[in-house]
Design a protein around this ligand. Structure first.
Ligand code: MG
Length: 165
């Protein structure tokens, strides 16, 4: 295994509720429901943060930003990603690429994937071509398919800055 690379996996689930803005990857997506949670409940950025922390062996989002801490109430989740990137840089890691799957029955996300890609790339300070956004429905089964929740999976590759020429 090459010493200069690590991979990390992130996952998040939040319940859907009426009357809350839907924020995915830092982008507000028009919808009649949003995600319930302590912060803005952005499943994409939460899963992304966990993928980055996991790749670097730095624990998880709940350890760094506990939902019992009022500092994070209503927080924009971009701050979690930026803090993860900062912690990685301290340990001489930089982000290689990330691949994202958003599981949502509604709304159709095809029109929003490019904006999410752009926003995630900006947060990670990497070119857009190293960010991929996929969206899938729940095929009308399970909590996603019934429209009760959305989920997100993210895999992230990080590269050591020490070993790269
Ligand atoms: Mg979360």
């Amino acid at each position: 295994m090459p010493e200069g690379f690590r991979v990390g996996l992130g996952h998040d689930t939040h319940r859907l509720v009426a009357g809350k803005a839907l924020v995915l990857g830092g982008v507000t997506v028009p919808h009649d429901h949003g995600l319930a949670g302590h912060s803005d409940a952005d499943i994409v950025l939460h899963a992304l943060t966990d993928a980055l922390l996991g790749a670097a062996g730095l624990g998880d989002i709940g350890e760094l930003f506990p939902d019992t801490d009022n500092r994070w109430a209503g927080a924009e989740s971009g701050i979690f990603v930026r803090e993860a990137v900062r912690l990685l840089a301290e340990s001489n890691w930089r982000v290689g690429n990330v691949d994202v799957i958003i599981h949502a029955e509604k709304p159709k996300l095809s029109a929003h994937k490019q904006a999410i890609r752009r926003q995630v790339a900006a947060l990670l300070e990497i070119p857009e071509e190293r960010v991929n956004i996929k969206a899938k429905t729940g095929e009308k089964v399970g909590p996603v398919g019934r429209g009760e929740a959305m989920e997100c999976h993210v895999v992230a590759l990080i590269q050591s800055q020490k070993n790269s020429a």
